[in-house]
Design a binder for this molecule. Structure first.
Ligand SMILES: C[S@@+](CC[C@H](N)C(=O)[O-])C[C@H]1O[C@@H](n2cnc3c(N)ncnc32)[C@H](O)[C@@H]1O
Length: 325
């Protein structure tokens, strides 16, 4: 389904391609995840409107080195990255507030079309509209879909028969388990080459505060999932009976983010009864960390050839340029 939600404006109207999964998919994913042991729910459900706003707040935290390091890398290397962009379409996966891509668009004014792809529909549409206002020559398109599924390319004329390049910042690739990451990369390769931000392995003393900050914004972001389930699925989670933690598991090279039950309790979601033991966990996210070599192996397994990698002086973060084979 497509819709043009604004017209007669001084900027080009943003077209919305809406493939947002229905509420029923959310309900079945939540019930299935809560009946598993250990309990887990896919991180894509963290991003309702409030979740997207809380994530933006996380990006400004002193502990969250990821955003400022990746932004600095993009600033430092924008001109070089721009040489890879061509003049066709730039597709940003998990585009959120579409802030980082501005650095690329500033360096590559020849890009004709920007497609922001995100699961969080309202936030996506607002971000693409802000971009269209600030870049009046750019065709900005909002594509609301789940990037872990095959891309609906056949239904998007703007993606057909033209040079297209993908951009996947934020180290969101780390939310996927390695086999899922390869599958994502294979899907992305259908579009073309990919510029991707990947967080590097580092000590737990740096990683854990980044995902569990002193102000409690990361905790509010995770616990907002329970608020969303209460609101959208009619559940009765009592948020005062849950807390949040983030732990780095060095064996797997991943941060594990968990909601923890502070009591033995039963939660109702419609007719379903979900039991939590005292101390039982509900995983909301993984964030896998990769060395440059590890990530390049993953990319090669998905059909990309690593061409270039940019790293900051502190060796915190990588941006890779991957060429589709
Ligand atoms: C970690 S944030 C990164 C946002 C932004 N790209 C940045 O670098 O700051 C992840 C973004 O991906 C979106 N997202 C998460 N899972 C998704 C999925 N399965 N399909 C599409 N978008 C998803 C979220 O809504 C959110 O905007």
């Amino acid at each position: 389904m497509t819709a043009t939600l604004n017209s007669q404006l001084h900027y080009r109207p943003v077209k919305l391609y809406d493939f947002q999964p229905p509420l029923e998919d959310f309900r079945s994913a939540v019930l299935e995840g809560l009946q598993r042991f250990p309990k887990s729910i896919s991180p894509q459900f963290l991003y309702d409107k409030r979740g997207s706003e809380l994530f933006d707040a996380i990006c400004t935290l002193p502990e969250y080195y990821l955003t400022r390091t990746e932004v600095q890398l993009l600033q430092d290397h924008a001109n070089e990255i721009a040489t890879y962009l061509g003049n066709g379409a730039l597709v940003e996966f998990g585009s959120g507030s579409s802030q980082k891509v501005r650095l690329l668009l500033d360096a590559a004014p020849q890009v004709q079309t920007y497609i922001g792809l995100d699961i969080s529909r309202q936030h996506l549409y607002e971000a693409c509209t802000a971009l269209a206002q600030d870049y009046p020559g750019l065709e900005a398109i909002a594509l609301c879909t789940d990037y872990t599924q095959p891309l609906p390319i056949a239904q998007i004329p703007e993606l057909q028969n033209r040079h297209t390049i993908g951009f996947f910042p934020g180290s969101s690739i780390g939310n996927l388990e390695p086999a899922e990451a390869v599958k994502f990369l294979q899907n992305a390769a259908v579009l073309g080459d990919l510029i991707i931000g990947v967080d590097l392995k580092k000590p737990a003393s740096i990683l854990e505060p980044a995902y569990d900050d002193a102000q409690g914004i990361s905790a509010a972001f995770a616990l907002n999932l329970l608020t969303r389930i209460n609101r959208e699925l009619g559940a009765d989670f009592d948020l005062s009976l849950f807390t949040y933690r983030a732990r780095y598991d060095e064996t797997f090279g991943r941060i594990e983010m968990q909601i923890v039950s502070l009591a033995q309790q039963t939660v109702h979601i419609g007719d379903a009864k979900i039991r939590f033991g005292n101390g039982e966990t509900l995983r909301t996210e993984y964030s896998y960390k990769y060395t440059s070599d590890e990530f390049q192996m993953l990319a090669m397994a998905a059909g990309f050839q690593p061409i270039q990698v940019w790293t900051d002086a502190q060796q915190l973060f990588n941006i890779h340029y991957l060429k589709r084979l």
